[in-house]
Write a protein that binds this ligand. Structure first.
Ligand SMILES: Cc1cc2nc3c(=O)[nH]c(=O)nc-3n(C[C@H](O)[C@H](O)[C@H](O)COP(=O)(O)OP(=O)(O)OC[C@H]3O[C@@H](n4cnc5c(N)ncnc54)[C@H](O)[C@@H]3O)c2cc1C
Length: 418
């Protein structure tokens, strides 16, 4: 009988680990709490699966976050973006590179990525046990006893824990991996949601819900700008959303976790300097000098924003005619449109977040093999670890690379000394 590797969690990292370990000759079983493996992959990239990003270069880790970025570098170098693309090409996924280095399957279907992984697992004879949530892992002699939610016991020589974080629990990752890691003596860096919409403190949100614009958003705390992003921004009834906001969410929530008050600043006219916008508004006012103040903004900004922008600029009498508006008031409006400040009071729930920041403390894990330093023969992979990435294919790359490393070293360790 082949020595067995148990993989807890059939997500991106668990499936990759299973393929590599099985190719190395190990007997592999995946335990998955959902009724099928790879559920989350189907939802990635808006159903297209942004599977990696060619801008992620070794030693350039601007897109990767966590308490030990060098740790992530060790892992990403062992299974690079190029190797990932070749791996998926070999399974049948022709790829294409889109804007900002994002890599997608040529089919534009996330299901094709999960299909080829499942097909390869089947070909290799990997056993897949679904509808099974692992609740406990105990060392039992030189093996591990793995106990599921029905009390059924399974045995394995090596265990790879690849249960994901807490984000989007409807897709399987319900945070149970942290409990397993803790039971085994590992410490956890407090998880918090990332790539998530932000909640703002503002009385008018319901009135502007659904208003979209192309702008620049930045997060600051303690008077310092922490991060800036550009793109389509969307007001919602709880706050703000859109790709730039998701990218900013990590620094905003991290600031709150550190008891700081993050502020969001929005520039609604990124292609106009302050002076140019001031000139433009003055020009519009001069054309419409006898027209109502609020009407002079029709065609410049979304109509639903006009009364709010004026009120937030401390201009309360909107029925005045343009010629009655002072230079100072025009400057106030221009300043608001270039730098609208909001207090960030939190984020949407785990259900809405795409990735979990924080996780299993990397101090407890070997940076070359992903083996636990606390319990030998236990390995970790994926989002469960204290590493996360920006939006754009970086999180799946971390899942593939860490799955590769855990699968490789768990399987090779079976033959050590034989
Ligand atoms: C909507 C959405 C879109 C995304 N789009 C992208 C994208 O386009 N590109 C990108 O790079 N990243 C994207 N991500 C992030 C990316 O999908 C994840 O970072 C990645 O899937 C993490 O892989 P993982 O294997 O660590 O965890 P997961 O994929 O979450 O898999 C963990 C698995 O473990 C199972 N499990 C959990 N606990 C147990 C247990 N106790 N016993 C048994 N099974 C268990 C879960 O059911 C799950 O199947 C997206 C995320 C979401 C939510």
């Amino acid at each position: 009988m082949r020595d067995k590797i148990a993989i807890i969690g059939g997500g991106a990292s668990g499936m990759l680990a299973a393929i590599i370990a099985s190719r190395n000759g190990a007997g592999v079983t995946i335990y998955e709490r959902m009724n099928r493996i790879g559920r989350k992959i189907l939802a990635t990239g808006n159903g297209r699966c942004n599977l990696t990003n060619i801008n992620l270069k070794p030693d350039d880790l601007q897109y990767i976050h966590g308490n030990d970025i060098e740790f992530a570098n060790h892992i990403l170098k062992q299974f690079t973006v190029e190797e990932t693309i070749i791996f998926f090409e070999s399974l049948g996924i022709a790829h294409k590179v889109e804007e900002d280095g994002k890599v997608f399957p040529m089919s534009d279907q996330a299901s094709s990525v999960s299909d080829v992984l499942r097909y390869e697992l089947g070909k290799l004879g990997v056993e897949i046990i679904c509808d099974t949530e692992i609740k406990k892992i105990n060392k039992s002699g030189d093996r591990f006893k793995i106990i599921d939610n029905s009390g059924i016991e399974y045995f394995a020589n090596r265990v790879i824990i690849a249960t994901g974080g807490k984000s989007s629990p409807n897709l399987g990752s319900n945070g149970s991996g942290y409990k397993l890691a803790k039971q085994l003596g590992h410490s956890i860096i407090k998880p918090f949601p990332s790539l998530v919409q932000l909640r703002l403190e503002a009385p008018f949100l319901k009135a502007v819900k659904g208003v979209k614009f192309d702008g620049i958003a930045s997060i600051s705390a303690d008077g310092h700008i922490l991060k800036k992003e550009e793109g389509e921004i969307l007001f919602t009834d709880y706050g703000i959303s859109g790709p730039p906001i998701l990218q900013l969410s990590r620094v905003a929530i991290e600031a709150i976790e550190n008891n700081k008050q993050p502020m969001l600043e929005v520039d609604m006219f990124p292609n106009h300097s302050y002076e140019r916008l001031l000139d433009l508004i003055n020009l519009r006012f001069s054309y419409q000098y006898d027209g109502p103040l609020d009407f002079s903004f029709v065609g410049l900004i979304n109509k639903r924003l006009i009364p709010i922008v004026l009120k937030e600029s401390r201009i309360y009498d909107v029925n005045r005619i343009c010629s009655e508006v002072s230079d100072k008031e025009i400057e106030q409006i221009t300043k608001l449109l270039k730098c609208w400040r909001f207090k960030v009071i939190g984020s949407q729930s785990w259900m809405h977040s795409q990735v979990t920041a924080g996780g299993v403390n990397l101090k407890d894990i070997c940076p070359n093999t992903l083996e636990s330093k606390i319990v030998p023969d236990i390995y970790f992979a994926g989002e469960l670890l204290d590493i996360d990435g920006d939006c754009g294919g970086f999180n799946l790359q971390w899942a593939w690379s860490s799955g590769y490393v855990a699968g490789t070293h768990a399987s090779l360790s079976l033959y050590k000394g034989n």
